[in-house]
Write a protein that binds this ligand. Structure first.
Ligand code: ZN
Length: 93
């Protein structure tokens, strides 16, 4: 299981890779989703994510980080998400 601290470090590391700067990173219990991204650049991650395998965490973190660049799920968003996952994911195949 990942600690809050480790997940935040993961987020910061990936943020640098993507070239974005989240204003704040929060980890707390959420009802229905993995994570959210506010218009002010605040990222919130569901603490149940801490129990998930690394590749799931990467996917969720990258998804939210890319929302700091692209607020929607448009074509560019998906192209970038895919390319970052291929580049960064620890167990790519
Ligand atoms: Zn999204």
């Amino acid at each position: 299981m990942t600690t809050h601290e480790e997940l935040k470090i993961e987020v910061m590391t990936l943020a640098e890779e993507v070239g974005v700067k989240p204003n704040a990173i929060h980890i707390r219990a959420m009802k229905r989703k993995w994570a959210s991204c506010s218009s002010k650049g605040r990222l919130t991650f569901n603490e149940t994510l801490l129990d998930e395998p690394k590749e799931v965490q990467y996917k969720v973190i990258l998804h939210e980080l890319l929302h700091l660049k692209y607020p929607n799920h448009g074509k560019m968003f998906n192209i970038l998400l895919k390319s970052y996952l291929e580049k960064i994911s620890p167990d790519k195949n």
